[in-house]
Design a protein around this ligand. Structure first.
Ligand SMILES: [Mn+2]
Length: 593
């Protein structure tokens, strides 16, 4: 297969002249990420908490704050309506902790069941929440398109505040306040997810109660629709000894939800995640501490986005995928180590179960797909595969086969599934093309969901296969690798890695830097790890000797021989072991030169 490597253009001379003090490699990386002037570069390299914009710049924030403070003052029951993924669960925890600290006396939450209720708000749940006595409902990470549900709540005398970050597809629900940065079309907030929106609301509430501590932000005082008496009553409820900026303790939860939702990590989301990772090392939450302990993570370590993406978020998500997201939320808001240990134990079991199921279904789906190697789109179908893991399986199949993939589970005459795409193949376009066979579908170009009748499965499979055959003319290229710069072995050092740290945290919009080392002579290849899963490589060029490591790349050992000349894509980092810090060069891809 032909390698699909794309090397970024060298920075223009005038750009280099404009910033003479910078390391040229750093400058190249900044240029590759789209930064052109001094202001943009400073914003990116020095993300500061004080630089967050005022939450009151968001439409309806004043209304939301006024209504919540009234609830606090009058001791009304408040219910948070969340959803079952990690963004929503952390958003719910942020809202819960925030309201509790404000002194709200009766706070509860509602998370729908993935299997019986599905995503978002539903009428039955609204009736339940109202009959349980809530007077105010605050949605997190959902609700922006729930016009019918909000109308019912209004009828029942239940006020609603919507906080969300999803696209607005039609009319806005008639809620007391609808807070969603999509309404304000703010580029700097595009990466703010459900938990970030919940945080902004909490931040706005604390600002009203501690205005003096916000001088450093230079935020304007909002005009609230609240009489003095109610405001004073609300202020008196605030838990004693709440320090200014108490809400910063919530930033670790904000970082988890934001990274888990895979949104852009530029603009304000970069600030939230950067500080959130620092707060995580001194977290106040018993539940988080217990997750770290059970996962074997040092709770005082320097956390990074990898810890969230591969250790914390999958555990939180496992609850909703396998059983019910309530367990993850109960863990995050646990008040004692004992309680936390109980829920974390349950979560650990669910996560192990989730892993086992994903493995099992992955291998079943994989064996179906191996027979389809001529097809441009892959379709796997299984009897009663759990709904919560078909998306995970589709993602892994795309990783391995580099082709758009749909994984369906069928039960009771129905089939539900998840698709994941690759390159510029638009899944929603494909599903629209075959919609006569479908009951329901939706999503984005890269990831979509669908439901159909069981007797339509074969028609669907044929139609989407034909569509893909037509659409994808050439052989599918291998995974696109964007390369930041070419480095000579002498330029790769711990000093460089230190400079690269300024680019963290990494995520969409700001991937980890990738470098090309060309014309290396292979000295020695060695399999390491369980069953020789990983590959250790010694290579040299111009008297420099480099040690490289390929995680899960043991299969390459048979394809290369010492003495051969190769080009390698690497991600340099630090490897701290036994108190020693070494340079680590992780192999991303390799080819003969
Ligand atoms: Mn979300």
């Amino acid at each position: 297969m032909k390698k699909n490597w794309h090397l970024a253009k060298n920075i223009p001379l005038d750009f280099q002249k404009k910033f003479p003090g910078y390391n040229p490699v750093v400058l190249q990386l900044l240029y590759n990420r789209g930064f052109r002037d001094a202001h943009q570069i400073e914003e990116f390299l020095e993300p500061k908490y004080e630089k967050l914009s005022s939450p009151f710049e968001l439409t309806d924030m004043d209304k939301a704050v006024s209504r919540i403070l009234k609830s606090v003052a009058q001791e009304e029951k408040i219910t948070i309506y969340a959803d079952y993924d990690a963004d929503a669960v952390t958003a719910c925890a942020v809202m819960y902790y925030g309201l509790k600290q404000l002194g709200a006396t009766d706070v509860s939450y509602y998370i729908p069941d993935r299997f019986s209720e599905g995503y978002g708000m539903n009428l039955e749940a609204i009736r339940q929440i109202s009959s349980d006595g809530a007077k105010l409902m605050i949605t997190v990470d959902c609700g922006i398109n729930s016009v019918k549900e909000v109308a019912l709540a209004n009828e029942l005398g239940l006020d609603v505040i919507v906080t969300d970050h999803h696209h607005i597809t039609g009319k806005l629900p008639k809620a007391v306040a609808v807070v969603n940065h999509k309404r304000d079309e703010r580029e700097d907030l595009s990466g703010i997810t459900g938990v970030g929106m919940a945080f902004k609301l909490v931040q706005a509430l604390f600002f009203v109660l501690h205005p003096e501590s916000y001088g450093e932000h230079k935020w304007k005082k909002p005009k609230l629709k609240l009489d003095k008496k109610t405001l004073t009553a609300a202020k008196e409820k605030l838990l004693p000894n709440t320090p200014p900026h108490w809400e910063k303790w919530l930033l670790d939860l904000v970082a988890i939800g934001t990274v888990a939702d895979i949104q852009s990590l530029l603009g304000e989301s970069r600030i939230l995640v950067k500080y959130g990772l620092q707060v995580m090392g001194k977290t106040r939450w018993a539940g988080l501490k217990q997750i770290f302990r059970n996962a074997g993570v040092d709770e005082f370590k320097k956390f990074d986005t990898f810890d969230i993406g591969f250790i914390i978020a999958p555990r939180i998500n496992a609850a909703g995928r396998i059983q019910h997201a309530d367990i993850a939320l109960k863990l995050l808001i646990s008040q004692t180590p004992e309680e936390a240990s109980m829920y974390a134990g349950q979560l650990e079991q669910l996560n192990t179960h989730r892993q086992r199921l994903t493995e099992q279904i992955f291998s079943e789906a994989r064996s179906q797909i191996e027979l389809q190697h001529h097809n441009k789109i892959l379709v796997a179908i299984g009897e009663e595969w759990p709904k919560g893991v078909v998306g995970l399986v589709a993602s892994r199949l795309v990783e391995e086969f580099n082709r758009p993939t749909v994984v369906l589970e069928k039960s009771n005459g129905q089939a539900t599934g998840s698709g994941r795409s690759v390159g510029d193949f638009d899944l929603v376009e494909a599903l629209t093309h075959v919609e006569v066979h479908l009951e329901r579908y939706g999503g984005h170009a890269g990831a979509a969901g669908l439901t159909l009748k069981e007797d339509k499965i074969e028609l669907f499979r044929q139609a989407i296969t034909d569509f893909a055959q037509d659409k994808i003319k050439d052989a599918l290229p291998e995974k696109l690798r964007s390369i930041d710069a070419v480095l000579e072995p002498g330029e790769v050092s711990l000093k460089l890695v230190k400079e690269l740290k300024k680019f963290e945290p990494h995520g969409p919009g700001n991937p980890p830097p990738v470098f090309l080392l060309s014309g290396l002579r292979l000295e020695n290849l060695k399999l390491v790890g369980v069953k020789g899963k990983h590959l250790r490589v010694k290579a040299s060029k111009d008297k420099h000797v480099l040690n490289l490591i390929g995680f899960s790349k043991g299969y390459l050992e048979k394809q290369y021989r010492p003495g051969e000349s190769v080009d390698v894509l690497v991600e340099p980092s630090e490897n701290v072991w036994n108190g020693r810090t070494d340079l680590q060069l992780r192999i991303l891809d390799i080819k003969k030169s």
